[in-house]
Design a protein around this ligand. Structure first.
Ligand code: PLP
Length: 373
């Protein structure tokens, strides 16, 4: 529609709308100028692996040797490597819904079966031991956690993580902890890495992170994983025969991101907080919409099930996809139907767009929802 010149406001973005900070870009330019443009070791340059290990110790209270860290082409690639290394046909891997769809697709690519547990507003989309216990079977091999969460923005509390960690140790289940949004937590919310809770759970945990969202570096494709040496070794073997190293220049940029000033991140977080509060306030004011205040990431996940069954002329809104299509066609606003994230009762709206566009977009949504009867 945009290509046709139609003014569409997009709430679908999965990436910050801020530019990559200048110091990071300059590090990449310098890398090119110095000819740092050749193959690097498959799991990343030693200096970057060591820097990530230091970062994990400082920020996440996770102590790893650099050899227990692998740098990959984004968190998505790190996740693919870890799933391929750990799971195969016959295994069951638990994923909490609402989810980021890639988890399901990647687990299925290994031949394993994703098993869903459902979280909702009643518990602020927290994953709990109580939810997990009923779905455990002798085939359960892994559990995927994503905190802060895409799409709900939920940040799993330390208390819940402690109980989940105890369960994983009791049942000998691997935990894949996707902490891609770890730097984007607001106010008093605390990001906790489950692997840091005790030495036994650390042995079962692979922590996945990325520079993509924290440093506005989605296009640079740098993510990483840290975990038990044998798992990381298998991931390196797989990476060696598939992509080889992540881009040399992007690795130098990542080094600067992790060691340089964090002013841009602080500023971005401040701006996101302002937008989140505005979005939640405006959505809550719309008839038929309810919305919890997410503690992390840059998404809100309003419940819109009150509109299922409503009509615009003779067009019936049967599900979240219909509502998203209606909003696109009638209000020229793009949102993600919750169905794509495992909950037809919701929409996902990103606030990685300017305040001006947020205001305009929400006004359009309010008017369009008001026309449904
Ligand atoms: N994990 C989650 C939960 C995400 O939402 C995303 C991107 O949307 C990723 C991982 C992928 O990150 P990257 O761009 O580093 O591959």
């Amino acid at each position: 529609m945009r290509a046709e010149g139609i003014d569409v406001i997009g709430f679908g973005a999965g990436e910050p709308d801020f530019d990559t900070p200048l110091n990071i870009k300059q590090a990449a330019i310098q890398a090119i100028e110095k000819g740092f443009t050749k193959y690097t070791p498959v799991p990343g340059i030693d200096e970057l692996r060591a820097t990530i290990a230091k970062k994990l110790e400082k920020d996440n209270h996770l102590v790893y040797r650099p050899s227990e860290v692998i740098v990959s082409c984004g968190a998505k690639h790190a996740l693919f490597n870890v799933f391929m290394a750990l799971f195969e046909e016959g295994d069951e891997v638990i994923v909490a819904a609402p989810y980021w769809e890639t988890f399901l697709e990647q687990i299925q690519l290994t031949g394993a079966t994703p098993v869903l547990v459902r979280t909702d507003e009643a518990t602020e989309f927290q994953v709990t031991r109580e939810l997990l216990e009923p779905v455990l079977t002798p085939r359960t091999k892994g559990l995927v956690l994503n905190t802060p969460s895409n799409p709900t923005g939920a940040v799993i509390s330390r208390e819940h993580l402690k109980e989940i960690a105890a369960l994983a140790v009791e049942k000998n289940i691997y935990i894949i902890s996707d902490e891609t949004y770890e730097k984007l937590v607001y106010e008093d919310a605390e990001h906790v890495s489950i692997g840091s809770l005790n030495p036994e759970v650390k042995e079962l945990t692979v922590t996945v992170g990325a520079l993509s969202k924290s440093y506005s570096m989605t296009g640079w494709r740098i993510g990483y994983a840290a975990g038990p040496g044998d798992v990381i070794k298998a991931m390196i073997n797989l990476q060696s025969q598939s992509t080889s190293n992540p881009t040399s220049i992007a690795q130098k940029a990542a080094l600067e991101a992790l060691t340089g000033p964090e002013d841009s991140l602080v500023e971005m977080r401040r701006e996101f907080l302002k937008r989140r509060d505005y979005m939640v306030q405006e959505l809550r004011a719309m008839e038929g919409v309810s919305c919890i205040k997410p503690k992390g990431a840059f998404y809100v996940f309003p419940r819109i099930s009150a509109f299922h069954g409503r009509k615009y002329h003779d067009q019936v809104i049967a599900n979240s996809k219909d509502l998203a299509s209606y909003l696109l066609n009638e209000a020229r606003v793009a949102v993600i139907p919750g169905e794509a994230c495992g909950s037809d009762q919701h929409l996902r709206l990103s606030y990685a767009l300017s305040m001006e566009h947020i205001e305009k977009g929400l006004k359009r949504i309010r008017e369009a929802l008001g026309k449904l009867s």
